[in-house]
Design a protein around this ligand. Structure first.
Ligand SMILES: [Zn+2]
Length: 78
């Protein structure tokens, strides 16, 4: 039995723009903007999208991709 990664998205071989090398390397990508942010900065960046009611897709440093649909009303809660 071999382990298989279900989703390999990201940096290798996908034509992504790579983060610039630097002393403080950004590690999260806003796919919507195509811009890199530090993990601390991505939350305020996400909030800016939320204020503008925009969809915001973010790829985190661990490879997770989260699609925040601020362009849609939040689902009603019971
Ligand atoms: Zn963005």
């Amino acid at each position: 039995m071999g382990e298989k990664e279900e989703r390999v998205m990201g940096f290798e071989g996908m034509g992504h723009n790579l983060p610039p090398a630097g002393k403080h390397e950004p590690d999260c990508l806003c796919i919507t903007c195509g811009a890199w942010f530090h993990h601390l900065g991505i939350m305020s960046h996400r909030a800016a999208h939320r204020r503008r009611k925009e969809r915001c897709e973010i790829e985190f440093s661990d490879g997770r991709v989260v699609d925040y649909r601020f362009d849609r009303p939040a689902p009603a809660r019971p």
